[in-house]
Design a protein around this ligand. Structure first.
Ligand code: NAD
Length: 503
């Protein structure tokens, strides 16, 4: 740590206590708007992994036995904490992730929906009952928590994605270990404080900071029963393969390449406005960002003119500046990779209608900024189309109409989100029933389901059966029991309809 002169150390929370752990590996944490190191995060070693799992295991049983009403009360109290400390948490997110403050507030709001769903846990955990399936025999089912479950999360939503997981895992009676992204780790510590202040017993929510060592330690630990992962596809595949091989239940959400289709009958002003926000919001670092526009030939020039004007109007500045629409990307390496992908596309014949390469912000020359970029004439073999760019780059492909658009969407290996802009209910219905994609927007560019539905993509965007949060999370974090019971009747006390035993 002395090498950087930074004094802030972001540590773990194990058994309710903040701790730097025993491992001595560290990683720099940056403010992407300045390029300066602001803290160091500790990286767990095996002893830290063993300690956090042991503390979670020690807390799990008592929490599983805690009455539903008391668990729900903690959820309600956590909801109050999250609301009261939203501004503080948003500032922490912006400082390490770079997104604009309003967007940081927005991600907390989407997480809050899951907390509110989890407040209804007594209702959600009601089982089923069949009376008198045979003479004197009843059958009923109920669900029990799994024990210790882990959540491994990406950098792009340091509050929302942990909140997709933790409230549901905890409300269903599990002890939850969060392994946040090492690139923006501090939000996890605020969440831990809020859980503690909400009355959650020590060890039921833990934070393990780290890199792949921490991840692999959790995936292979015999006392971890289930793993929820959100991140890139390559790591999602690894997580799914490793954790299932170690007997765990796994949901592993991966990357994306989300297409928005604009048909000739669409409201072009509406489409251009929404596509701009969906492509450049959070600097394109959203798994549901629109990165490809498939535009009907006949309206392509008219839409591109609108997109160009809208992209040029995006104000790029640090996320903490209230006038900013778009902050920096997460690292210098991400900035360089995005610019390289744009360069390759342009060198390959694509036309940059708006070119965000080399974008600088006065007073923040060291920041990791990339300006909004709109590329026309991209072919599907270019990296700009073939890879998830995860930056503020919108690629435009011209199509004949709906049929060709659906073919392109379905040929893509990812299947997270897609959107259709149209005035035709018929086209909308054909689209929603034909695409191999998990989440679909009709005149809605980023169709992230509300907290009482579940979120998940298809194909290379999700490995495992279960989507996150909502009703599917109740099932993911519990396992069912079915009881078939017979209570033979005592003749002395037997009851018959229509008459008493005495008469
Ligand atoms: P990432 O895959 O690099 O990291 C995700 C997590 O995995 C982090 O906690 C990280 O520490 C860990 N990790 C990284 N490399 C690892 C390795 N080799 N072995 C084991 N663990 C490893 O993802 P990221 O860059 O933080 O996040 C961006 C990615 O996440 C994008 O691909 C984005 O689409 C995806 N994402 C998907 C969704 C979704 O819902 N499908 C949501 C948000 C983000």
């Amino acid at each position: 740590m002395a090498s950087t002169g930074v004094s802030t150390l972001v540590g773990h929370v194990i058994g309710g206590a903040p701790t730097p752990g025993v491992g001595d590996r560290r990683q720099d944490v940056f403010d992407p708007a300045t390029g300066q190191v602001t803290a160091q995060v500790v990286l767990a070693d095996q002893a830290d992994i063993d300690a956090v799992v042991a503390a979670a295991l020690a807390a799990a049983d008592a929490w599983a036995q805690t009455p539903l009403g008391k668990r729900a009360a903690v959820m309600f109290a956590f909801r109050e904490q999250l609301i009261a400390r939203t501004a503080e948490l948003a500032a922490v997110i912006t400082a390490e992730h770079g997104k604009v403050l309003s967007d940081a507030v927005g991600e907390i709001g989407r997480g809050l929906e899951v907390v509110e769903f989890a407040c209804g846990i007594p209702q959600l955990l009601k089982g089923e009952y069949s009376d008198q399936v045979a003479t004197d025999v009843d059958v009923f089912s109920f669900r029990e928590p799994l024990g210790v479950v882990a959540g491994i999360t990406p950098f792009n939503f340091p509050a929302m994605v942990p909140l997709w997981m933790a409230p549901m895992a905890i409300a269903t009676g599990n002890a939850f270990i969060l392994k946040p992204s090492e690139r923006d780790p501090s939000a996890s510590l605020l969440l831990a404080e809020m859980w503690a202040d909400a009355g959650l017993p020590d060890g039921v929510f833990s934070v393990l900071q780290g890199d792949r060592v921490a991840v692999d330690g959790l995936l292979t630990h015999p006392d971890v029963a289930a793993v929820s992962f959100v991140g890139s596809t390559a790591v999602a595949k690894h997580v799914h393969a490793t954790a299932t091989a170690h007997g765990k239940r796994v949901q592993a959400l991966g990357g994306a390449k989300n297409h928005a289709v604009v048909l000739a009958d669409a409201d072009l002003d509406l489409a251009a406005t929404h596509l701009t926000a969906a492509a450049f919001g959070a600097a394109g670092e959203r798994c549901m960002a629109v990165s490809v526009a498939l535009v009907a030939d006949s309206v392509a020039d008219a839409l591109l003119e609108r997109l160009r004007a809208a992209a040029l109007a995006v104000r790029v500045a640090p996320g903490s500046d209230p006038a900013s629409d778009m902050g920096p990307v997460i690292t210098r390496a991400a900035q360089q990779r995005i610019e390289q992908i744009v360069t390759e596309a342009v060198d390959g014949g694509a036309r940059a209608l708006v070119d965000g390469r080399g974008h600088t912000v006065a007073g923040h020359e060291g920041g990791f900024f990339v300006g909004p970029t709109v590329l026309d004439g991209v072919s599907t073999d270019m990296r700009a189309y073939a890879e998830e760019v995860f930056g503020p780059v919108l690629v435009v492909l011209r199509v004949a109409g709906l049929t060709e658009a659906i073919e392109i969407v379905n040929a893509n290996p990812y299947g997270n989100g897609t959107a259709l802009f149209t005035a035709s209910g018929d086209a909308a219905r054909t689209f929603q029933r034909s695409v191999s994609v998990g989440m679909i927007g009709i005149n809605v560019p980023i169709p992230v389901p509300v907290g009482w539905h579940s979120f998940g993509g298809w194909k290379d965007s999700l490995f495992g059966e279960s989507h996150v949060y909502g009703p599917e999370a109740v099932r993911f974090y519990t396992r069912g029991k079915v009881v078939t019971s017979r209570w033979p009747r005592s003749t002395a006390t037997s009851f018959h309809f229509g008459r008493t035993t005495a008469g």
